[in-house]
Design a protein around this ligand. Structure first.
Ligand code: EPS
Length: 393
């Protein structure tokens, strides 16, 4: 791994922290850009009220001097404004685990004396700092002309039908205008109704978020070893986000039901440049980027904390009981979009830097330009019969 990062912090503690290492120097990184990404994660539709308390903003305390990366580790933090409500509070015992959360197994695993100790670290509050990490990677990718666009593609049963990505700026505007971060007005309305109806019925909802990376160069990632595969790395990062239960690359789910000739992205030649007729495989073949847009969809289960009580066990009194409601969201999908853009950004930047190397913008920029397209003259085929021989045989 070229880029590593680690996060720390509890949901209702003083602050969240991260250290990111392995980034190149001389790329512009601003607090303003990161704060804008953080504010997109703070939509209130579907939120349980915590987003009315927090006004997330990042503090950069190392690795960026005069708005330029130094090449050294970057340390960042976000303050939890809710901390002031918790620091002197006499906290009620929490002894009934909520199914679907880390509550039961986390408390068992770490022998915590109160479920809240588990909850505090398992909470999706941690995604705020991961967004900030990703917003740093995104800024570097943007300076290399690589863009990642995320949008809500499903909420409950309301799904966005196919999206035409020929007019990217129009899509971005529509996503920004939508209360549910969906680039289609009609579908947005249906999604919004779905959330309001779930809340009215004291229930919760999941959904799907699609991210598209545009202009990402080919040949990043590798088929050589399982853990170098770009799709495997993306799936790992996405599965690590709270609530995610499935990941899909390209049209993976539909493709599993189709015939091979319908699914494969046929290869064409356009003035010596290799092109494709379709992008069903989402821009990744054999664990490597093809140069086509990378398309990846994350599927989130409904929020585990429900207003309607469900069966659980009282771990203090050792009896069956029902869950007690703890403030939470109804549907976190609309505000989760920047989280997925962020985790994808870190993985793509990592794969790109592993491919081209380089320590500074000056070194990296020209290498990305020369990697951009596969040209048919870049193949050096011997085009004659050969034998596979091993010396030791
Ligand atoms: C979360 C529960 C809610 C969410 C929280 C994640 O917080 P609270 O327990 O304070 O009401 O709002 O998300 C955030 C705080 C955030 O910043 O996204 C959970 O249990 O995962």
């Amino acid at each position: 791994m070229r880029i590593r990062y680690i996060t720390a912090g509890e949901s209702h503690g003083p602050e969240l922290t991260a250290i990111i290492e392995g980034l190149p120097s001389n790329f512009s990184v601003t607090k303003d850009f990161i704060d804008k990404v953080l504010s997109r994660r703070q939509k209130t539709l579907g939120s349980g009220g915590r987003m009315n308390i927090e006004k997330d903003q990042v503090y950069i305390t190392s690795g960026v001097v005069n708005n330029l990366t130094t090449g050294g580790p970057i340390s960042i933090k976000i303050k939890n404004l809710d901390w002031k409500n918790w620091k002197d509070r006499e906290i009620e015992p929490f002894v009934i685990p909520r199914p679907g959360h880390a509550d039961l197994v986390g408390t068992y695993k770490y022998s915590h004396k109160d479920i809240r100790i588990t909850l505090e670290r398992a909470s999706a509050r941690e995604t705020a700092i991961r967004c900030a990490v990703g917003a740093i990677a995104t800024q570097i990718l943007n300076q290399l002309d690589i863009n990642i666009i995320g949008y809500v593609s499903a909420i409950g049963n309301q799904e966005l039908q196919k999206l035409d990505i020929s007019n990217i700026s129009d899509i971005i505007n529509k996503i920004e205008d939508s209360e549910v971060s969906c680039p289609d007005e009609q579908t947005s309305e249906l999604m919004k109704k779905e959330i309001l109806s779930a809340r009215k019925n004291k229930d919760t909802l999941g959904g799907a978020i699609t991210c598209i990376a545009i202009n990402f160069p080919p040949a990043c990632g590798s088929f050589i070893q399982y853990d170098r595969k770009l799709d495997a790395q993306l799936a790992f990062s996405i599965m690590s986000v709270q609530s995610v239960k499935a990941v899909e690359i390209g049209n993976g789910v539909a493709a599993s039901k189709q015939r091979g000739t319908e699914v494969q992205d046929q290869i064409i030649l356009e003035n010596k440049q290799i092109g494709r007729l379709t992008n069903n495989l989402g821009g990744i073949e054999g664990g490597m980027s093809t140069g086509e847009p990378i398309v990846i969809t994350s599927y989130l289960k409904p929020i585990s904390t429900t207003l309607t009580p469900i069966k659980s066990v009282d771990l203090a009194n050792k009896v069956e009981t029902e869950t007690v409601y703890e403030r939470s969201d109804t549907c976190a999908v609309p505000r989760a979009v920047p989280i997925f853009e962020s985790v994808v950004a870190v993985d793509l930047l990592n794969a790109l830097l592993e491919k081209i190397g380089g320590d500074s913008k000056e070194e990296i920029e020209p290498r990305v330009v020369s990697l951009r397209k596969i040209n048919v003259d870049d193949f050096y085929m011997q085009n004659k019969k050969w034998k596979m021989l091993y010396e030791s045989e």
